[in-house]
Design a binder for this molecule. Structure first.
Ligand code: HEC
Ligand code: HEC
Ligand code: HEC
Ligand code: HEC
Length: 133
């Protein structure tokens, strides 16, 4: 390959590299391959990270409506069960230490996960069943 040919290839190569990044990065963070609940918002972990295979869990539990877990926020700061917030992480609304009496992140998870397991009489409800080593 001479210099002229190399130059002609450079631009298509750059485009391919950019496309690969555009397609690969979002899939790496999508729910399809989520196997654990993200914990980045917690600075230190007191318990082992919780296993949660997003798609498999929801299929087995037969939950079709995303808003069941991904509720939104209304203009006056209440829970919005009409508009899904899928794609937004829980910690974008639920801080680890909120200052205004809103539901903190840990409690948000515990309430949502445990309440449904208790109600449906299925799924883990004790600490060690979710925070597995
Ligand atoms: C239905 C599943 C479930 C059960 C049962 C459960 N947790 Fe959690 N817990 C979670 C999830 C999900 C998170 C957030 C993600 C993570 O920490 O892995 C969390 C987070 C936490 C955190 C904050 C993160 C950390 O490790 O410091 C603590 C502390 C915690 N749980 C303690 C407990 C204790 C104590 C019990 C029993 C009384 C318990 N959990 C029961 C699901 C559960
Ligand atoms: C049983 C509860 C539950 C259901 C039902 C559910 N999800 Fe999730 N989903 C989660 C949790 C928990 C996370 C991790 C949230 C976080 O990062 O804080 C998540 C993460 C995601 C993410 C990754 C972005 C993010 O928040 O980090 C996407 C995208 C997503 N869900 C889409 C969906 C779609 C689409 C549906 C409906 C087909 C759905 N989810 C149903 C619990 C659920
Ligand atoms: C777009 C913002 C937003 C996102 C994203 C969000 N929430 Fe909420 N959530 C709220 C608001 C607003 C409330 C009502 C005020 C409060 O309790 O903090 C609420 C309340 C809650 C409550 C308390 C319900 C009750 O009956 O008291 C739980 C549990 C909860 N959220 C869990 C979650 C979980 C788990 C996720 C991620 C899968 C999540 N939320 C994502 C805005 C959000
Ligand atoms: C709306 C109801 C509902 C919510 C919310 C929910 N679950 Fe479940 N979960 C179920 C049901 C139903 C099962 C039992 C599925 C079966 O095996 O038949 C289950 C089973 C599980 C299991 C057993 C293994 C598996 O993947 O099937 C784990 C672990 C689990 N849930 C974790 C969680 C965590 C962590 C959360 C919160 C982020 C959560 N669940 C929120 C309904 C729910």
């Amino acid at each position: 390959m001479n210099k002229q040919q190399m130059k002609r290839l450079a631009t298509p190569m750059a485009i391919i590299v950019v496309l690969v990044f555009i397609y690969l990065i979002p899939t790496a963070f999508s729910q399809d391959d989520m196997t654990q609940v993200p914990v980045t918002a917690f600075t230190v972990l007191e318990r082992p990270q919780v296993a949660f295979n997003h798609d498999m869990h929801n299929e087995k539990a037969e939950i079709d409506d995303c808003v069941v877990c991904h509720h939104g926020r209304t203009d006056d700061g209440a829970m919005d069960m009409e508009n899904s917030s899928e794609g937004e992480s829980c910690d974008s609304c639920h801080l680890v230490k909120p200052e205004n009496g809103e539901t903190p992140l840990m409690r948000a998870y515990h309430r949502q996960c445990i309440a449904c397991h208790v109600k449906s009489l299925k799924g883990p409800v004790t600490c060690g069943e979710c925070h597995t080593k």
